[in-house]
Design a protein around this ligand. Structure first.
Ligand code: KG4
Ligand code: ZN
Length: 344
C-alpha cells in the first residue's frame, strides 16, 4: 500500500472521481490546471420518476464508472500509470452510489500504489473556484448554494473555513426543486424554474428567504417555498389561472436577492476582498448576474466557477484532492462512504 513518506510533488497529476448522486464523473488535473472533465449522467432516466431513485443511480454508476474514467484519461492525454493520486467523493450522498466511485478509486490507488484522497463533496463545491482562478488564495468569502446546503463561509486557510451563517431549514436548491414540482416542471427542477423565470415578471410578492428580526446571518427557505405552494393551490381552488413564468420569476427574486445581499455584506464586514461561489444553484444565470453586479458595486473581486463546475462534476473533486494532497491528508483502504457529513 502507498507509503505516505514518499515525496509530495509540486504539480501532481490527480484523477478525481465523483458518484454521490446521479452523475458519474471523472476529471484529471495537473497542479491547478484542468486537463479533462467528463460526466455520464442518469438524470434523464431519473426524470421519469420525478427525482433520484438510489438503486437506479447505483446501477448507472456501476455501468458508467470505468467508461467515464477512461474518457477523462484519454481527453487529458495521459496514461493511467502517470497518475500521482486518486481523489474520490466519500460523502455526503447516496450510500450505494458513493460506494461505486469509492471502490473503483480504492482499487486504482492500490493497483498503482499511489495515494487515495477522501473528498467531502461540499468542500469539492468550494474548491471549484480554485480551478477558475489559478492564483486564488485564502482568505475569501464563499456563497455555497446546492441541493443540500445554503451557507455563507469564510475560508481563512486551505485547511478550513468558518460558517458565517446559512439556512435554518431548507436549502436553496430544495426550494427551487419544490417550486419546479408545483409548477409541473421536470426534474432536475432548478434549471427549469430559471428557464420559465426568463419570460416572467417579478410582480408577485413572496417573502424573502430571510429570518425575520434575526440579528444573526440566518436564512430560511421553508416560508418562501410554502408561500409559493399556497399561491398556486389557492388559485387552483378558485379556478383562477396563474402565470407560471411570473411565479418562477418572483420566486427567483425572493430566493436569490437576499442571498446575494448577505454575501456582499459579509465580505464588506470582514474586510475580505474576494468572493467565490459554489454549488448547483450558482449555475443560475440570474444569481450569477446579480452577484457580479453587487460585487462590482462593492469593489469586491468575484471568482465564479463556470456553470458546469457549479453543478456536480469531478473537476471540483480533483481540485479539493489537490488541497488535501498538499496538506498530506491521505486515506487508507479502510475508508468508507458516508451518507451525511456535517458542514462543520
Ligand atoms: O450542487 P448540486 O449539483 O448537487 C448537490 O450537491 O446538492 O446542486 C443541485 C441543486 C438542485 O437543487 C438543482 O435544482 C439546483 O442545484 N440547480 C439550480 C440550477 N441548476 C441546478 N437551481 C437554480 N438554477 C439553476 N440553473
Ligand atoms: Zn453537489
Amino acid at each position: 500500500m502507498y507509503n505516505p513518506d514518499k515525496t509530495i510533488k509540486q504539480s501532481p497529476l490527480i484523477l478525481g472521481i465523483e458518484s454521490s448522486c446521479d452523475e458519474t464523473a471523472a476529471a484529471v488535473i495537473r497542479g491547478r490546471r484542468l486537463l479533462s472533465s467528463e460526466i455520464i449522467s442518469s438524470a434523464t432516466e431519473q426524470a421519469k420518476y420525478g427525482g433520484v431513485v438510489p438503486e437506479i443511480a447505483s446501477r448507472a454508476h456501476t455501468d458508467a464508472v470505468a467508461e467515464v474514467v477512461n474518457r477523462a484519461l484519454t481527453a487529458a492525454g495521459v496514461e493511467i500509470i502517470e497518475l500521482d493520486a486518486v481523489a474520490v467523493t466519500y460523502g455526503a450522498g447516496l450510500l450505494g452510489a458513493l460506494l461505486v466511485g469509492l471502490s473503483f478509486a480504492k482499487s486504482l490507488a492500490y493497483a498503482l500504489n499511489i495515494p487515495l484522497i477522501a473528498v467531502n463533496h461540499i468542500r469539492g463545491h468550494l474548491a471549484a473556484a480554485y480551478l477558475q482562478d489559478e492564483a486564488l488564495k485564502p482568505p475569501f468569502i464563499t456563497l455555497l448554494a446546492s441541493g443540500g446546503h445554503t451557507a455563507i463561509l469564510h475560508t481563512e486557510s486551505y485547511s478550513g473555513f468558518n460558517v458565517l451563517g446559512g439556512t435554518c431549514d431548507d436549502a436553496a436548491g430544495e426550494a427551487f426543486d419544490k417550486v419546479a414540482r408545483v409548477l409541473g416542471l421536470e426534474y432536475p427542477g432548478g434549471v427549469n424554474v430559471e428557464r420559465l423565470a426568463k419570460n416572467g415578471e417579478g410582480n408577485i410578492k413572496f417573502p424573502p428567504c430571510l429570518v425575520k428580526n434575526s440579528e444573526k446571518l440566518q436564512l430560511s427557505y421553508s416560508g418562501l417555498k410554502t408561500a409559493v405552494i399556497n399561491y398556486c393551490h389557492n388559485a387552483e381552488q378558485k379556478g383562477e389561472k396563474i402565470n407560471p413564468c411570473d411565479v418562477a420569476c418572483s420566486f427567483q427574486h425572493a430566493a436569490v436577492d437576499p442571498l446575494v445581499k448577505k454575501t456582499v455584506e459579509s465580505a464588506k464586514k470582514l474586510g475580505a476582498g474576494t468572493v467565490t461561489a459554489g454549488g448547483g444553484v450558482i449555475a443560475n444565470g440570474y444569481l450569477r448576474e446579480t452577484l457580479a453586479t453587487e460585487c462590482e458595486k462593492a469593489g469586491l473581486k468575484l471568482i465564479l466557477p463556470e456553470k458546469k463546475y457549479c453543478t456536480d462534476n469531478a473537476a471540483m473533486i480533483a481540485a479539493e484532492g489537490l488541497i488535501q494532497y498538499n496538506l498530506g491528508n491521505f486515506a487508507d483502504m479502510s475508508l468508507n462512504a458516508k451518507a451525511q457529513i456535517p458542514l462543520k
